[in-house]
Ligand binder design. Structure first.
Ligand SMILES: [Zn+2]
Length: 558
């Protein structure tokens, strides 16, 4: 990664202050006669973890015109005075988290977020409240439940939904999106009876008596298609709420996957609204309509400091909730089933080549070891055929440890990773059900690719969005049960913080403006309730984000 030297940083800052500040900082004489410079903001008496090249830690950070001016000891208070001087009382400050893989979207009023729900009883309370809010007959939708996180230790079935809202059709998609549970009324409206044959590629689950239990696997669209369209207004209002909520998790930048140029227009409208607090975002498009993507790129170029177009998203395989990740060896207890590619292999290979040749960077979803191997082989061949410096193509997920030769090839061709250590925690049940032995132990490997010289960023995806879970799992390798998976794959907290900050910036070619608290960079930073560098690792998830700043503006306070 390119690092600004201190001198270059100071020089860049001088230029910046002249260029960016509406009024240049004023020189003021103190009573003692020393000159001080007035700036917008100073945080002092803290533990400022800069995440610079040497991971230096300072007491004070000086901010002006949205950027870091300087970090150092409290002697800086002799040189600067601030419109706003904050005494951190010893608290720890980090650069804002850069979450290099998320899925944030606007949701309609009928939607219930289920990823934090911890019991079927709680789910039923949410359904009752939503049914009252919407009135009888209205569809209720939701996403994100997982039997692994429910106190009842089982999946919700249609009777559970009926008890809470007999007069509203309900469809709740499981985390991962490969199945859903629907209520009796929803089944009736979709004309699904116990006698209805399974749809092609999917399953209508039935109990021992042949009665549909409400679970539909892979083809839940046979019910979902009945849900009325959402309005633009409710979606953009909800998008604003969902993006704003990231600030409370300390996230100041995201790369959001699976978007379309049409979505970009909605985000643009939101980001153009004055007075709205949102994280910086880069949107990843799927390669569905290259003309439209290229036209948008020609129109917005690099975008703004807050909203830009990210790398192109490609899906190589599925995930472990189906399970549909494409693996080299069969899953446990599932015959010779090895998951599958998201499209025929030849089609995937030509798609990756086409996007590479079109000059775009790619962030490619690859979860199973077979998918990882194929994608790496394809990228390596594309790079040999049509070399490009500093392409920064990366794999997203990397949930299984691929063969040694694959990791060597990745390092050689500078193919990077954005990894979700939080999966080791939240998806423990899925891994245990589908993998075993060495493959299970090395789920979501981090230490081994780093040791091969591969650049590894850390991100949340949706299980759940919250960097503290990822940091916890990255350093402990613990699943939800407390079981440790291949402790030798753990990384240090310093490495994990780099993964969630500067390395995320690097994946988006933004390491010169973000990801560390160094002179000239955006003053995107967070204040933590506890010292994340010294806390007992088991307490990491209990840390609170006290404040979040973007460009030196307080955008969240607990
Ligand atoms: Zn994802």
């Amino acid at each position: 990664m390119k690092k600004m030297t201190k001198l270059a940083g100071v020089l860049a800052m001088t230029v910046l202050l002249i260029a960016c500040s509406e009024q240049a900082p004023e020189q003021t004489s103190t009573a003692a006669g020393a000159e001080t410079i007035t700036v917008d903001l100073i945080l002092t008496n803290g533990k400022i973890v800069t995440v610079d090249g040497s991971f230096s830690i300072h007491n004070t950070v000086v901010v002006d015109a949205g950027r870091i001016v300087e970090t150092g000891s409290d002697a800086l208070l002799d040189s600067y005075q601030a419109d706003q001087l904050i005494d951190l009382q010893g608290k720890t400050v980090l650069p804002g988290f850069i979450d290099s893989h998320t899925h944030i979207r606007g949701r309609p009023n009928r939607y219930i977020e289920l990823s934090e729900v911890s019991s079927i009883a709680e789910m039923q309370d949410l359904i009752r409240a939503k049914a009252r809010e919407l009135g009888e007959g209205e569809w209720i939708t939701g996403y994100g439940w997982s039997e692994d996180e429910l106190a009842e230790n089982r999946r919700p079935l249609r009777q559970d939904l009926d008890l809470a809202a007999p007069n509203n059709p309900v469809i709740f998609t499981r985390a991962g999106g490969h199945s859903a549970v629907v209520s009796t009324l929803a089944l009736e409206l979709a004309d699904i009876t116990d006698a209805t044959p399974d749809p092609e590629g999917g399953v209508i689950e039935r109990d021992d008596n042949g009665v549909a239990n409400g679970i539909i696997r892979e083809r839940q669209g046979i019910v979902g298609r009945l849900v009325p369209d959402s309005t633009y207004d409710e979606l953009i209002a909800s998008l604003q709420i969902n993006l704003n909520a990231l600030l409370s998790k300390g996230i100041t930048s995201i790369t959001d996957a699976s978007k379309s140029p049409g979505d970009y227009a909605m985000w643009q409208e939101l980001y153009n609204k004055p007075g709205v607090n949102l994280p910086r975002a880069a949107l990843q498009f799927q390669w569905r309509n290259p003309e439209r993507i290229n036209a948008l790129k020609a129109e917005v170029g690099e975008g703004t400091d807050f909203l830009k177009i990210g790398p192109i998203k490609v899906f190589a395989d599925g995930g472990f909730t189906g399970p549909a990740a494409y693996t080299l060896e069969p899953y446990v207890n599932q015959g010779d089933y090895r998951g599958y590619l998201n499209m025929p292999e030849a089609e995937l290979v030509s798609l990756l080549n086409e996007i590479h040749d079109a000059g775009w960077q790619m962030g490619i979803h690859a979860i199973g070891d077979a998918a990882i191997e194929l994608v790496v082989d394809t990228l390596a061949a594309a790079l040999e055929r049509n070399p490009r410096n500093d392409h920064r193509h990366y794999l997203n997920h990397f949930s299984m440890r691929p063969p040694e030769a694959t990791m060597v090839k990745m390092a050689e061709h500078e193919i990077h990773i954005t990894q979700q250590p939080n999966f080791t925690y939240t998806l423990e049940g899925r891994y245990v059900a589908n993998l075993d032995g060495w493959r299970l132990q090395h789920n979501n490997p981090i230490r081994s690719p780093m040791d091969h010289g591969i650049v590894v960023a850390i991100s949340s995806d949706i299980l759940p969005i919250g960097p503290l879970v990822g940091l916890y799992a990255a350093v402990t390798r613990k699943g939800m049960s407390g079981r440790v998976f291949a402790a030798e794959e753990a990384i240090t907290m310093e490495e994990a913080i780099r993964g969630y900050t500067i390395t995320g910036a690097y994946l988006n070619f933004e390491e010169d403006t973000k990801g560390s608290l160094e002179a000239g960079k955006f003053a995107d930073m967070i204040v933590l309730s506890d010292d994340i560098l010294t806390i007992d690792p088991d307490q990491i998830m209990d840390i609170n984000i006290e404040q979040t700043y973007i460009a030196g503006q307080l955008v969240y306070s607990r």
